[in-house]
Design a protein around this ligand. Structure first.
Ligand SMILES: [Mn+2]
Length: 318
């Protein structure tokens, strides 16, 4: 079997999922984001016989396209799809009918699911990668991760996962560096030993400190929601900081792209009762965009002029 892995480029969960897959199955990998997933599926190496797809939720509005692409791929590849983004029972059924090995659980992070899938092929220390993804995806109290955390030095796990995720945020535009992180992690190197990680993580800590002050000055509120434009590549950090600065239920940060669209991240507190991913997917879809994600962390891409209408509609649901 010649393996090819496609995983999420944006965070520690995606990188750790890729590293675990490579450690277990070898082969090649590519990192991508939700909106480029379909294009990425066209670039799978010709000699690959196995595809492992991790941490990449499919946008419901493009599910049909995704399903069709998968149907074509399952004719020549053994496909394993490991994910924790919401999928309806119907969508799951459709994928399984294509012969895809679907590992799906919205209560665990993707790296924990990847670890469980390939457990027998992995060295003992690979459980660290599973827990790093869980911590940075806020899923370390989930059934599997919670149990695993009891057997670790908690401070060590928190330190290593934060070093990793801060270094990723800081170097988000340097894809070669991000790929090098996956290669190092797949050799079971701990983040603090990987070149550049501690330096970039500390730089990011300073960025976060400055940002915390900045969001209070630059953010605006709209009812129970606060929003702000940012140049930061990790828009999720900014969305989170808005929650504290304005004491609101939902924080939305957005970044203008050169193609006339804005890329937005949404985060919320436990007071927020709507599912962020499902709600933004539905609203963005009606405004010429697309989006999705989890209950408490989601993202979308929409035409720039639709920003305020989308935010107003979202706030009305709160
Ligand atoms: Mn994830």
């Amino acid at each position: 079997m010649v393996n090819h892995c496609i995983s999420h480029v944006k965070d520690a969960d995606g990188l750790c999922s890729a590293a675990l897959t490579i450690a277990a199955r070898g082969g090649t990998f590519r990192l991508t984001d939700y909106d480029q997933l379909i294009d990425e599926l066209d670039g799978i190496p010709k000699d690959a016989t196995e595809l492992v797809l991790c941490d990449l939720g499919t946008d419901p509005s493009r599910f049909e396209e995704f399903r069709n692409k998968m149907e074509e791929l399952t004719r020549r590849l053994k496909v394993t799809y490991i994910d924790h983004h919401y999928l309806s029972a119907e969508m799951k059924g459709e994928l399984e009918r294509l012969g895809i090995h679907l590992v799906h659980d919205v209560d665990e992070c993707s790296s924990m699911l990847t670890y469980s899938t390939f457990n027998r092929l992995l060295p003992a220390e690979s459980s660290y990668l599973a827990i790093f993804g869980a911590v940075t995806d806020y899923m370390d109290s989930s059934p599997l991760a919670g149990k695993m955390m009891e057997r670790f030095d908690r401070q060590f796990v928190l330190l290593e996962s934060t070093l990793l995720s801060y270094a990723i945020s800081n170097q988000a535009r340097e894809i070669r560096y991000i790929e090098m992180l996956v290669e190092s992690l797949s050799r079971m190197e701990m983040p603090h030993t990987i070149e550049g990680v501690s330096t970039f993580a500390l730089r990011q800590a300073e960025t976060v400190r400055k940002l915390a002050g900045e969001v209070g000055r630059k953010g605006s509120t709209l009812g129970k929601l606060a929003y702000m434009e940012t140049e930061q590549s990790s828009t999720g950090n900014v969305a989170k900081l808005l929650l504290g600065a304005f004491n609101v239920q939902v924080g939305v940060s957005y970044r203008a792209r050169s193609d006339g669209r804005v890329e937005m991240s949404l985060r919320c507190t436990s007071e927020c009762k709507v599912h962020l991913g499902q709600t933004i997917s539905e609203i963005a879809g009606r405004h010429g965009g697309n989006g999705g994600g989890h209950a408490k962390a989601a993202g979308a891409s929409i035409p720039a002029q639709e920003l305020l209408p989308v935010l107003r509609e979202f706030e009305a649901r709160l």
